[in-house]
Design a protein around this ligand. Structure first.
Ligand code: GLC
Length: 470
């Protein structure tokens, strides 16, 4: 039986366009619109981070209340805003939420967020049937229901966007945020029982757990990808489902994207991309040569495979098959330095822009011929889908959602091992194709551009999931 008008409250650290650091924001910001097509109403609750302008989004004040943390109280002001048809609730608190999304002590910030969400519920005039928490930052919301009888609480869903960030917190600190460590199951504690893993506790508490691609849902049951939670995940296997992310195809559309130097579609992709390439080369002071342009846009963390780019290999490969490479992103200093050193040591081939820049990112999708996602692990990955939509052929490692979306020889290149030699043999294959078999290269580009990367296929899967809860 189709149940319509279920009400779902998304709890998350970030949501685009209000605040975006990573792919989490894209998903949380775009999924509610997709769910509307399934007769579902999803609203978002998140901190009113200092970086979120309440004025720009025309937020209205709804209520003010205090959050009782046991030995202290904190005042929160609740705002609401409607952005692109999506209803947002924003929690303002001077002490915890005045910085950027992941600035400061994120454990304190998000334990407080979880209690603030629970305390805000009576003021929302929206009684959710389902609380849907995203990642460890919001998993604490589920823990506020630990001892409530199932029939007296909303149903609880947790989506894992990244298993690496789990949130280990000392039991005494957990307590100081109004939680009861005694009722957290042992599977979510260390052996001595005095530290709590917030994500693990969320996994144990949720009625259903999802992750963002079918392949990652399988991988995390293994030691290799389970980030030490594989036993717990295996125990919850029957309630775990992998649903592939979509992208917001109206925002990411090369025909209308205002950030681009020049708009183009499938019919004029060759000439359109050339104009964008010229513009980008001039921005980066790269010579305008008839060589392919590779792009990498990512958070520079150990997840993303930056350490696979060997300077010597890049040097010798570029002698055999000339190419250019632009890296864009920020992150850990070690990887920022690595990217910068490639550019310094190979100035005729590599540029590195250590920045978080959405406009530049969009121009890289549009200008590049190949897009690199050599991740160590990748729950879903959105950039390879955006790249394909913009006619940039992805070169990815066979992991997580990359494996679900990129098929070697059909729409991109896929390599198996997390190893320098493995990446470079696929780069060589890609270059060979570009130079020796341009028709074949264009066929890959066309396949990516004509595929449907929207939420259309996945939205009904969320409907099934929510319906399975009642
Ligand atoms: C995280 C994951 C990425 C995923 C995104 C959205 O950033 O690392 O793979 O696409 O969340 O779910």
């Amino acid at each position: 039986m189709l149940k319509i008008n279920k009400k779902i409250l998304f709890c998350a650290a970030e949501a685009a366009p209000l605040a975006k650091v990573g792919g989490l924001a894209d998903v949380v910001g775009s999924l509610p619109t997709a769910l509307k097509s399934q007769g579902l109403t999803a609203r978002i609750i998140m901190p009113a981070h200092g970086s979120v302008s309440l004025r720009v989004w025309r937020a209205q004040r709804l209520a003010a209340f205090s959050v009782n943390l046991g030995n202290k109280k904190e005042k929160v002001v609740l705002f609401q805003a409607k952005v692109g048809g999506v209803h947002y609730y924003l929690l303002q608190n001077k002490h915890y939420f005045s910085g950027a999304v992941y600035e400061g002590n994120t454990l304190d910030k998000y334990l407080f967020f979880s209690q603030a969400v629970a305390a805000s519920l009576p003021f929302l005039s929206f009684a959710p049937d389902i609380i849907h928490a995203h990642d460890f930052h919001a998993a604490g919301v589920l823990l506020t229901y630990l001892q409530k009888p199932v029939n007296l609480r909303p149903k609880l869903v947790l989506t894992i966007h990244n298993l690496q960030h789990q949130g280990w917190v000392a039991a005494f600190k957990f307590k100081s945020f109004g939680f009861n460590p005694e009722i957290v199951p042992a599977a979510a504690k260390n052996a001595a029982g005095d530290w709590i893993n917030i994500l693990a506790a969320g996994i144990a508490a949720a009625d259903k757990i999802t992750t963002v691609s079918p392949n990652y849902a399988k991988e995390i049951l293994t030691k290799k990808y389970g980030q030490e939670l594989e036993k717990l995940l295996i125990a919850r296997k029957n309630d775990l489902v992998g649903i592939l992310n979509g992208i917001d195809v109206s925002s990411y559309n090369p025909i209308t994207d205002k950030a681009l130097a020049s708009n183009y579609g499938r019919v004029n992709s060759v000439s359109g991309k050339e104009i964008n390439k010229k513009a980008l080369r001039s921005y980066f002071a790269l010579p305008d040569l008839p060589v392919p342009l590779f792009a990498l846009v990512a958070r520079l963390s150990d997840q993303k495979g930056i350490d696979l780019f060997s300077l010597d290999k890049l040097k010798s490969l570029s002698k055999k098959y000339p190419f250019q490479l632009i890296i864009l992103g920020t992150g850990e200093e070690k990887f920022e330095n690595l990217a910068a050193s490639l550019a310094i040591n190979l100035p005729e081939v590599v540029r590195a822009e250590i920045a978080f820049d959405n406009v530049l990112a969009r121009n890289l999708y549009a200008a590049s011929d190949y897009f690199l996602v050599p991740s160590r692990f990748e729950p879903c990955g959105l950039t390879q889908m955006i790249a394909m939509r913009y006619g940039s052929v992805p070169i990815v490692r066979a992991t997580g959602g990359l494996k679900d979306t990129v098929i070697d020889g059909r729409n991109g290149f896929v390599f198996k091992d997390y190893a320098v030699s493995s990446l470079f043999s696929s780069l060589q294959r890609a270059l060979h194709l570009y130079y020796q078999e341009p028709q074949e290269y264009r066929a890959l580009r066309r396949a990516g551009m004509s595929a449907d990367w929207s939420w259309q296929a996945s939205a009904p899967k969320y409907l099934d999931l929510y319906n399975s809860l009642s």
